[in-house]
Design a protein around this ligand. Structure first.
Ligand SMILES: [Mg+2]
Length: 184
Protein backbone atom coordinates (compact mmCIF):
# COMPACT_ATOMS: atom_id res chain seq x y z
CA UNK A 1 0.00 0.00 0.00
CA UNK A 2 1.21 3.49 -0.80
CA UNK A 3 1.66 6.35 1.59
CA UNK A 4 -1.66 8.25 1.51
CA UNK A 5 -0.08 11.71 1.10
CA UNK A 6 2.10 10.52 -1.78
CA UNK A 7 -0.83 8.74 -3.43
CA UNK A 8 -3.06 11.84 -3.19
CA UNK A 9 -0.37 14.01 -4.77
CA UNK A 10 -0.37 11.93 -8.00
CA UNK A 11 -2.12 13.66 -10.93
CA UNK A 12 -0.65 11.74 -13.85
CA UNK A 13 0.32 8.09 -14.35
CA UNK A 14 2.83 7.17 -17.06
CA UNK A 15 2.94 3.63 -18.39
CA UNK A 16 5.74 1.96 -20.29
CA UNK A 17 4.20 -0.40 -22.85
CA UNK A 18 6.34 -3.49 -23.54
CA UNK A 19 6.81 -5.45 -20.33
CA UNK A 20 4.31 -3.33 -18.37
CA UNK A 21 1.11 -3.34 -20.43
CA UNK A 22 2.32 -6.52 -22.18
CA UNK A 23 4.24 -9.63 -21.14
CA UNK A 24 7.22 -8.28 -23.13
CA UNK A 25 6.61 -10.61 -26.04
CA UNK A 26 5.88 -9.49 -29.56
CA UNK A 27 4.54 -11.69 -32.35
CA UNK A 28 6.40 -10.94 -35.56
CA UNK A 29 5.42 -12.36 -38.92
CA UNK A 30 3.62 -11.78 -42.18
CA UNK A 31 -0.11 -11.09 -42.53
CA UNK A 32 -1.54 -10.98 -46.06
CA UNK A 33 2.01 -10.64 -47.37
CA UNK A 34 2.84 -7.64 -45.14
CA UNK A 35 5.14 -7.57 -42.10
CA UNK A 36 2.98 -7.46 -38.97
CA UNK A 37 3.57 -7.15 -35.24
CA UNK A 38 0.99 -8.25 -32.68
CA UNK A 39 0.95 -7.82 -28.90
CA UNK A 40 -1.18 -9.24 -26.12
CA UNK A 41 -2.73 -6.69 -23.75
CA UNK A 42 -4.58 -7.45 -20.52
CA UNK A 43 -8.23 -6.44 -20.46
CA UNK A 44 -8.32 -5.98 -16.67
CA UNK A 45 -5.44 -3.50 -17.01
CA UNK A 46 -7.61 -1.66 -19.50
CA UNK A 47 -10.47 -1.37 -17.01
CA UNK A 48 -7.92 -0.10 -14.49
CA UNK A 49 -6.95 2.68 -16.90
CA UNK A 50 -10.63 3.58 -17.30
CA UNK A 51 -10.93 3.77 -13.49
CA UNK A 52 -7.87 6.06 -13.23
CA UNK A 53 -9.44 8.46 -15.70
CA UNK A 54 -12.75 8.33 -13.81
CA UNK A 55 -10.81 9.34 -10.70
CA UNK A 56 -9.55 12.40 -12.59
CA UNK A 57 -5.98 11.16 -13.04
CA UNK A 58 -4.34 11.59 -16.43
CA UNK A 59 -2.91 8.47 -18.08
CA UNK A 60 -0.17 8.46 -20.68
CA UNK A 61 1.51 5.60 -22.52
CA UNK A 62 5.21 6.09 -23.30
CA UNK A 63 7.00 3.51 -25.39
CA UNK A 64 10.61 3.46 -26.49
CA UNK A 65 9.82 1.91 -29.85
CA UNK A 66 7.26 2.28 -32.59
CA UNK A 67 4.48 -0.24 -33.04
CA UNK A 68 1.08 0.04 -34.64
CA UNK A 69 -0.30 -2.36 -32.01
CA UNK A 70 0.58 0.15 -29.27
CA UNK A 71 -1.12 3.00 -31.14
CA UNK A 72 -4.28 0.92 -31.64
CA UNK A 73 -4.47 -0.01 -27.93
CA UNK A 74 -3.80 3.58 -26.82
CA UNK A 75 -6.58 4.82 -29.07
CA UNK A 76 -9.03 2.22 -27.80
CA UNK A 77 -8.32 3.15 -24.18
CA UNK A 78 -8.51 6.86 -25.03
CA UNK A 79 -5.44 7.65 -22.93
CA UNK A 80 -4.45 11.31 -22.61
CA UNK A 81 -1.35 10.68 -24.74
CA UNK A 82 0.34 7.72 -26.40
CA UNK A 83 3.92 8.56 -27.34
CA UNK A 84 6.34 6.25 -29.10
CA UNK A 85 9.82 7.73 -29.11
CA UNK A 86 12.91 6.78 -31.09
CA UNK A 87 15.85 5.14 -29.34
CA UNK A 88 13.93 4.99 -26.04
CA UNK A 89 14.73 8.60 -25.16
CA UNK A 90 11.91 8.93 -22.68
CA UNK A 91 12.89 11.86 -20.47
CA UNK A 92 12.43 14.58 -23.14
CA UNK A 93 9.08 13.08 -24.15
CA UNK A 94 7.85 12.75 -20.57
CA UNK A 95 9.02 16.28 -19.74
CA UNK A 96 6.98 17.59 -22.66
CA UNK A 97 3.92 15.63 -21.51
CA UNK A 98 4.19 16.99 -17.98
CA UNK A 99 4.47 20.53 -19.31
CA UNK A 100 1.51 19.97 -21.63
CA UNK A 101 -0.69 18.90 -18.70
CA UNK A 102 0.80 21.28 -16.13
CA UNK A 103 1.97 18.46 -13.87
CA UNK A 104 5.19 18.49 -11.81
CA UNK A 105 7.58 15.51 -11.69
CA UNK A 106 6.68 14.82 -8.08
CA UNK A 107 2.99 14.69 -9.03
CA UNK A 108 3.64 11.87 -11.52
CA UNK A 109 3.88 8.10 -11.15
CA UNK A 110 5.59 5.90 -13.72
CA UNK A 111 5.45 2.14 -14.19
CA UNK A 112 8.47 0.62 -15.88
CA UNK A 113 10.31 -2.65 -16.32
CA UNK A 114 13.72 -2.06 -17.87
CA UNK A 115 16.68 0.25 -18.47
CA UNK A 116 14.89 2.65 -20.86
CA UNK A 117 12.56 3.52 -17.95
CA UNK A 118 15.32 4.18 -15.42
CA UNK A 119 15.87 7.88 -16.27
CA UNK A 120 12.13 8.53 -15.84
CA UNK A 121 11.83 6.39 -12.69
CA UNK A 122 14.66 8.44 -11.17
CA UNK A 123 12.66 11.66 -11.52
CA UNK A 124 9.01 10.90 -10.79
CA UNK A 125 7.41 11.20 -7.36
CA UNK A 126 6.15 7.62 -7.42
CA UNK A 127 8.44 5.22 -9.33
CA UNK A 128 6.93 1.74 -9.70
CA UNK A 129 8.46 -1.43 -11.16
CA UNK A 130 6.46 -4.46 -12.24
CA UNK A 131 7.23 -7.91 -10.82
CA UNK A 132 9.15 -8.91 -13.95
CA UNK A 133 11.25 -5.73 -14.02
CA UNK A 134 15.02 -5.98 -14.27
CA UNK A 135 17.04 -5.47 -11.06
CA UNK A 136 18.08 -1.95 -12.14
CA UNK A 137 14.47 -0.87 -12.48
CA UNK A 138 13.39 -2.60 -9.27
CA UNK A 139 16.17 -0.95 -7.24
CA UNK A 140 14.93 2.51 -8.18
CA UNK A 141 11.28 1.75 -7.57
CA UNK A 142 9.46 2.86 -4.48
CA UNK A 143 7.05 -0.01 -5.05
CA UNK A 144 7.20 -3.33 -6.94
CA UNK A 145 3.92 -4.87 -8.04
CA UNK A 146 3.10 -8.48 -7.18
CA UNK A 147 1.71 -9.11 -10.66
CA UNK A 148 3.87 -9.18 -13.77
CA UNK A 149 3.56 -6.88 -16.77
CA UNK A 150 0.76 -7.93 -19.09
CA UNK A 151 -0.65 -10.05 -16.27
CA UNK A 152 -2.53 -7.50 -14.23
CA UNK A 153 0.32 -5.33 -12.88
CA UNK A 154 -1.37 -2.13 -14.01
CA UNK A 155 -4.75 -3.12 -12.58
CA UNK A 156 -3.09 -4.01 -9.26
CA UNK A 157 -1.30 -0.65 -9.17
CA UNK A 158 -4.50 1.25 -9.95
CA UNK A 159 -6.42 -0.44 -7.15
CA UNK A 160 -3.57 0.11 -4.64
CA UNK A 161 -3.24 3.77 -5.65
CA UNK A 162 -6.97 4.53 -5.48
CA UNK A 163 -7.34 2.66 -2.17
CA UNK A 164 -4.47 4.70 -0.69
CA UNK A 165 -6.24 7.87 -1.86
CA UNK A 166 -9.49 6.67 -0.31
CA UNK A 167 -11.12 6.78 -3.77
CA UNK A 168 -11.47 3.11 -4.73
CA UNK A 169 -15.07 2.67 -3.57
CA UNK A 170 -16.38 5.90 -5.06
CA UNK A 171 -14.59 5.29 -8.36
CA UNK A 172 -15.99 1.78 -8.69
CA UNK A 173 -19.45 3.12 -7.87
CA UNK A 174 -19.05 5.79 -10.57
CA UNK A 175 -17.99 3.13 -13.08
CA UNK A 176 -20.91 0.88 -12.20
CA UNK A 177 -23.36 3.78 -12.05
CA UNK A 178 -22.55 4.68 -15.65
CA UNK A 179 -23.40 1.11 -16.65
CA UNK A 180 -26.49 0.56 -14.58
CA UNK A 181 -28.58 3.22 -16.25
CA UNK A 182 -31.48 1.69 -18.11
CA UNK A 183 -32.74 3.57 -21.18
CA UNK A 184 -36.13 5.18 -20.52
MG1 LIG B 1 9.50 -2.02 -21.18
Amino acid sequence: MFDADLARRIRLVGLDVDGVLTDNGIYVGMVHGEPAELKRFDIQDGIGIVLLKLAGIRVVMLSGRRSEATAIRGEELAVDACLQVHHARKVPAFTELLERFGVAWDEAAFLGDDLPDVPVLRRVGLPVAVANATPDAQRLARHVTRAAGGRGAVREFVEDLLRARGEWGTTVQAYLGEREQVPA
